[in-house]
Design a protein. Structure first.
Length: 268
């Protein structure tokens, strides 16, 4: 059975389908600057999340506060060669960190299974390189999540916010027009990439980079505090152009049922 409105869903990885809180990349960005004597904050590390990782490093290095500290430390502003050197250190450390921080987010396998039951194809994009995804994908598969297609930042001319990864996924899935595709992401730049591809965009708040907390940290928050934070994050995503906002991918089947109330009564 094929849905009448959508043919496919393209999911992000860290913070959306794996790595609750998108903790693995944030920790490594902080560390690769720390070893150079540059202490960046977690918000600075997380700010460009969703970009290809080299571009992410460049964005951090160009944050005015960080650039000023770099100049005070090294006598010049960060150069492209500096960015490349950080990136070269980043890759092996990120690979090591991913081995222990790529668990599938609860509810994702069940939501994906429901999407497949409805006839949706499942694609994915990521700011990780193909080499890094060789670590993440097998862990996700063991946890019950294996998309039909994985497109990485180094598979295309430019990563997010360019639409190329989404287009490549759609091509490999054999689906068009892009208006029949849902793009699900936990970062504003991922939402922008979905919009640039003319897809319907769904922002994820609770499991993603914007709040940046593990399940245990989420559970420790007062209910009112969590709701307030998520409401603020949701507003930020709406300003970024997100068509819809959900707490987590586990909420996706219920959301799709709201879009097409009669779908639940249709059988394969």
């Amino acid at each position: 059975m094929t849905m009448t409105r959508f043919q496919a869903v393209i999911f992000d990885w860290a913070g959306t389908t794996v790595d609750y809180g998108s903790c693995a990349p944030a920790r490594v960005f902080i560390e690769v600057f720390r070893v150079r004597g540059i202490d960046i904050t977690e918000p600075e590390a997380r700010g460009p999340m969703g970009l290809a990782k080299r571009e992410h490093i460049a964005a951090i290095a160009n944050v005015p506060r960080v650039a000023e500290i770099w100049r005070d430390t090294f006598g010049h502003l960060p150069t492209d060669a500096d960015v490349q050197a950080i990136y070269d250190d980043f890759l092996p450390l990120q690979k090591e960190t991913l081995a222990n921080n790529s668990d599938v987010i609860p509810g994702v396998p069940e939501a994906i299974a429901e999407c497949r039951r409805w006839g949706l194809k499942i694609g994915s994009t990521t700011g990780y390189t193909r080499e890094l995804m060789q670590v993440v994908a097998p862990i996700a598969a063991r946890g019950g999540y294996s998309p039909d297609v994985i497109v990485c930042s180094d598979d295309v001319l430019a990563g997010r916010p360019a639409p190329w990864m989404n287009f490549r996924v759609a091509e490999q899935l054999g689906v068009y027009p892009m208006t029949s595709v849902l793009v699900v992401d936990d970062t504003p730049v991922g939402i922008t990439a979905g919009l640039n591809a003319c897809a319907t965009t769904v922002a994820i708040t609770q499991t993603g980079n914007a709040i940046g907390l593990s399940p245990a940290e989420i559970a420790a928050l007062p209910v009112g505090d969590l709701d307030s934070r998520l409401a603020t994050i949701g507003q930020q995503f709406c300003k970024a152009g997100a068509h819809h906002v959900l707490r987590c991918v586990a909420d996706l089947p219920r959301f799709l049922n709201q879009l097409e109330p009669d779908r639940g009564s249709r059988k394969e």
